[in-house]
Design a protein around this ligand. Structure first.
Ligand code: GTP
Length: 218
C-alpha cells in the first residue's frame, strides 16, 4: 500500500503494481494538534477510526491509489504533528507538496483562528513557486460532535477571503465527506497543473502553430 519516495519535483510519475503508470501527488495535512489529521488520513487510507489515537511526532505518510476523472493518481498523504513543540520536525517536509489541507475542528475555535498561521507557516517553509495559484483545501473536522463553535458560514467566509479554496465539513469518526475532501484536493492540483500547461502552451506557440521564443529565461 505504501511506497517511500521523497519528492522534489512539482509533479512526478511512478509505476505502481496495480494500475501501471500513475501521477504521484503529495498532499500535506496541517492544523492544530488534536483536530483529527491522523484520523482523517487513516480513515481515507485504511477505513479505520481510533478514538484513542496518540499525538503525531514529526510526520507520517500513507499512499492510496485512486482514479479521478479518468486519471490514475497515487495520493501520498503526509500527516504532520500539530503541536508547536514538533515544529522543527514537520517543516522540512513541506517542500514538494502539491496541495495543502488546512484542518481545524468545528468544536475548537482556536484551531479555526489558527488557520492563517498554518497557511503562513506552509508558505514560508514550502518554497512554492507560484504562491497565488498554490492549491489549498480547508477541512472543518469533527462535525459529528454536538459542541460546535465554528459555523459553516464563518468557515466559508474565511475560505472566500483566502483564495476561494474549497471547504469540506468532515468527520473521520463517521466517515463524512472524507473521500470527497481528498478527491477535491486531487482535482485542485490537476486544475492548477492544467492552468500552468495552458499558460506555457500559449506563451510558446502562436496562432499559426509556430514556436515563439519564451519571453523570460532563467
Ligand atoms: N468525534 C470525533 N473525534 C475525532 C474525529 N477525528 C479525530 N477525532 C479524535 O480526536 C483526537 C485527536 O485525533 P488525531 O487524529 O490524533 O488528531 P491530530 O490532528 O492528528 O493530532 P496531532 O497528531 O497532535 O497533530 C482523537 O481522540 C481522535 O479519535 C472526528 O471526526 N470526530
Amino acid at each position: 500500500l505504501t511506497k517511500v519516495q521523497v519528492q522534489t519535483n512539482h509533479v512526478a510519475y511512478q509505476t505502481n503494481m496495480t494500475s501501471g503508470k500513475s501521477l504521484l501527488l503529495k498532499v500535506i495535512l496541517l492544523g492544530d494538534g488534536g483536530v483529527g489529521k491522523s484520523s482523517l488520513m487513516n480513515r481515507y487510507v485504511t477505513d479505520r477510526f481510533d478514538s484513542h489515537s496518540f499525538h503525531t511526532i514529526g510526520v507520517e505518510f500513507l499512499n492510496r491509489d485512486l482514479e479521478v476523472d479518468g486519471r490514475l493518481v497515487t495520493l501520498q498523504i503526509w500527516d504532520t504533528a500539530g503541536q508547536e513543540r514538533f515544529k522543527s520536525l514537520r517543516t522540512p517536509f513541506y517542500r514538494g507538496a502539491d496541495c495543502c489541507l488546512l484542518t481545524f475542528a468545528v468544536n475548537d475555535l482556536q484551531s479555526f483562528q489558527n488557520l492563517g498561521c498554518w497557511k503562513k507557516e506552509f508558505m514560508f517553509y514550502s518554497d512554492v513557486k507560484d504562491p497565488e495559484r498554490f492549491p489549498f483545501v480547508v477541512l472543518g473536522n469533527k462535525v459529528d460532535m454536538e459542541q460546535r463553535v465554528v459555523g459553516s458560514e464563518e468557515a466559508r467566509a474565511w475560505c472566500e477571503e483566502n483564495g476561494c479554496c474549497p471547504y469540506f465539513e468532515t468527520s473521520a469518526k463517521d466517515d463524512t465527506n472524507v473521500t470527497a475532501a481528498f478527491e477535491a484536493a486531487v482535482r485542485e492540483v490537476l486544475a492548477a497543473e492544467d492552468q500552468i500547461d495552458h499558460a506555457l502552451l500559449s506563451s510558446t506557440i502562436d496562432l499559426h502553430g509556430n514556436r515563439k521564443t519564451p519571453r523570460t529565461c532563467c
